[in-house]
Design a protein around this ligand. Structure first.
Ligand SMILES: [Zn+2]
Ligand SMILES: [Zn+2]
Length: 446
C-alpha cells in the first residue's frame, strides 16, 4: 500500500482548470464604459438610475440582510415576500402577492407603454444551510434595479412610453418556480427579462445547463433468498444494472452533460429478494435538443435494466417541471459588461470560463421565451463554491452587499437601454430570433 490519502481528492485538474481560466482572462480585453450617446436621454437615465440606487442603498442592504437572517425554503418565502413588498410600497409601488397562482410570487408594474422589461428577484433559501446560494442578494438587486428604473423613467417623464415590471420568483432551489410563472402568463409581452446571481467571479454570460429529474421504480417478485431464490425477480438487481448502465452511458455523452443517480430504496434484508427498488436521477445537458436526446437514452437504460432482470419499471419523469439551458443574450450581456466597467468591475464575456463548470437554473426556461441575461457577480474569494457555508457568509458580507448595489445599477442600465434605445432593442431581438425559436418546456417534454 502506498501512503496516498485516498480521501483527499487531488486538486491537479481543478488547479490546471483555474490556471487556464486565468490565462484566458489575461488574454481578454477588459470591457470599457460606454459613450452613452446611443440615444438622447441615455446619459441622464443612466445617471438617474445610479443616483437612485445610491440613495436607497441602506434599504437594499437591510432587505438583503433581513432575508438572509430569515431563510425560507421553496414555496414558503412569506417573510421575504412581506419584506420586499414593504420596500416597494415605501417607494409608492403597489405590488401583488400572491401572483400568477403562486402564494409567494410577487408582481408589480409601473408605466403603460408597449415596450416592457422585467426585473427578477429570487429569495428562497436551501434546506438546513440557509442562504448559501445568496438569493437574498438577488432579491435586493432586482428590487433596486426595478425602483431605480422607475425613478429614472419618472425623471424624464416617460412613464407612458414604457412598462417596467418587477417579478418576485419563488422556489428556484430544487424546483422551477419560474416555470409556473411562465404558465401563469408573467412573461407575456416582454422585450427582456434580467436578473443576476452571486458567484466567486464576475461573468457577464455563463453556461447554465438544462435539467430533468426522474424517479425510477422497479417492481420484481419477492422470494426467500436461500430456499427459493429462483422464484424471485430481484428489483435491486434492476436498480444496480440501471446504476451501472448510467455509468457506461457517461462515456458516450457530450462532455458538458451530466448524469447523477442514487438508489434510494433497495430492499430490507439480505434474506429477502427485494420486490421494489427506487432510483432518483438527474439528467443535465447544455442544449434543449441534447437534453431531449439524453433523456431518451436514459429511458432506454431503465427499460433495459428491467428487461434483463424480469422486472417491470415505472419511470416518473419531471416531478417538478424541467429547467432548460440558459440562452444568454450576448447583446444584453455586452451592455452589462459596459455598465459594470463604468463601476470599476471587469465582468468576463462568454467563453472565458469553460462551459463544463455549470449548474442549472429555472431562469433557463425564461431565457428560451424572452431575451435575457443571468450574469454572475463576485461576492466571495475565488474557489468558494455555491451552496457552501463560506458562500452563505459572503452573501451577508460588505463585499456581497457592494456587489449587489452595483448589480442593481447595471440591471437598471441594461433595462433602460432596452426600453429607450430602439436600435439596441432590435439587435437584442434579432439575436434572440437567430438563436432559434422560442422553447416552452411543456412542449418538448409533454
Ligand atoms: Zn443554488
Ligand atoms: Zn441560486
Amino acid at each position: 500500500m502506498d501512503s496516498r490519502d485516498r480521501l483527499t481528492p487531488s486538486t491537479a485538474f481543478i488547479d490546471e482548470l483555474n490556471a487556464s481560466v486565468h490565462r484566458a482572462m489575461a488574454e481578454t480585453s477588459p470591457a470599457q464604459p460606454p459613450q452613452l450617446t446611443s440615444y438622447p436621454e441615455q446619459t441622464q437615465l443612466w445617471a438617474a438610475a445610479t443616483t437612485a440606487v445610491e440613495s436607497m442603498h441602506t434599504e437594499l442592504e437591510q432587505l438583503s440582510l433581513d432575508i438572509h437572517a430569515h431563510p425560507e425554503v421553496a414555496f414558503t418565502e412569506k417573510h421575504a415576500v412581506a419584506a420586499i413588498t414593504e420596500v416597494l410600497r415605501n417607494h409608492g409601488v403597489v405590488a401583488t402577492a400572491p401572483a400568477f397562482g403562486l402564494d409567494t410570487a410577487i408582481h408589480a408594474e409601473v408605466g403603460t407603454g408597449k415596450v416592457a422589461v422585467a426585473f427578477l428577484s429570487e429569495y428562497d433559501a436551501l434546506p438546513e444551510i440557509g442562504h448559501a446560494c445568496g438569493h437574498n442578494l438577488i432579491a435586493s438587486a432586482g428590487v433596486g434595479a426595478f425602483l431605480a428604473t422607475v425613478a429614472a423613467v419618472r425623471e424624464v417623464g416617460r412613464e407612458d412610453d414604457v412598462r417596467i415590471v418587477f417579478l418576485g420568483t419563488p422556489a428556484e432551489e430544487g424546483h422551477s418556480g419560474k416555470e409556473y410563472l411562465i404558465r401563469g402568463g408573467a412573461f407575456e409581452g416582454l422585450d427582456a427579462a434580467v436578473m443576476v446571481h452571486p458567484f466567486d467571479m464576475d461573468i457577464a454570460s455563463h453556461a447554465w445547463i438544462g435539467r430533468r429529474s426522474a424517479t425510477v421504480t422497479f417492481h420484481g417478485v419477492s422470494a426467500h433468498a436461500s430456499s427459493q431464490p429462483f422464484m424471485g425477480r430481484n428489483a435491486l438487481d434492476a436498480a444496480t444494472l440501471l446504476y451501472q448502465g448510467l455509468g457506461l452511458l457517461r462515456q458516450q455523452m457530450p462532455p458538458s452533460d451530466r448524469l447523477h443517480a442514487v438508489i434510494s430504496e433497495g430492499g430490507q434484508r439480505p434474506s429477502v429478494i427485494p420486490d421494489t427498488s427506487t432510483v432518483e436521477l438527474y439528467v443535465r445537458s447544455l442544449h434543449s435538443d441534447t437534453l431531449v436526446d439524453l433523456s431518451a437514452r436514459v429511458t432506454d437504460v431503465c427499460r433495459g435494466a428491467a428487461l434483463m432482470t424480469g422486472c417491470s419499471v415505472d419511470i416518473a419523469w419531471d416531478p417538478h417541471p424541467p429547467t432548460l439551458p440558459v440562452r444568454n443574450n450576448q447583446a444584453l450581456a455586452q451592455r452589462w459588461r459596459e455598465s459594470q466597467a463604468q463601476q470599476g468591475v471587469d465582468a468576463l464575456p462568454a467563453g472565458v470560463v469553460p462551459e463544463s463548470i455549470a449548474a442549472s437554473t429555472d431562469f433557463g426556461n425564461v431565457s428560451q421565451l424572452v431575451p435575457g441575461i443571468h450574469p454572475l457577480i463576485k461576492i466571495a474569494p475565488e474557489g468558494v463554491a455555491l451552496h457552501t457555508e463560506q458562500l452563505r457568509e459572503a452573501a451577508a458580507s460588505p463585499e456581497g452587499l457592494a456587489a449587489m448595489r452595483r448589480a442593481a445599477t447595471s440591471l437598471a442600465h441594461v433595462g433602460l437601454d432596452v426600453l429607450f434605445d430602439r436600435e439596441f432593442r432590435s439587435v437584442v431581438h434579432a439575436e434572440f430570433v437567430e438563436t432559434g425559436p422560442q422553447i416552452r418546456v411543456n412542449e418538448i417534454f409533454p
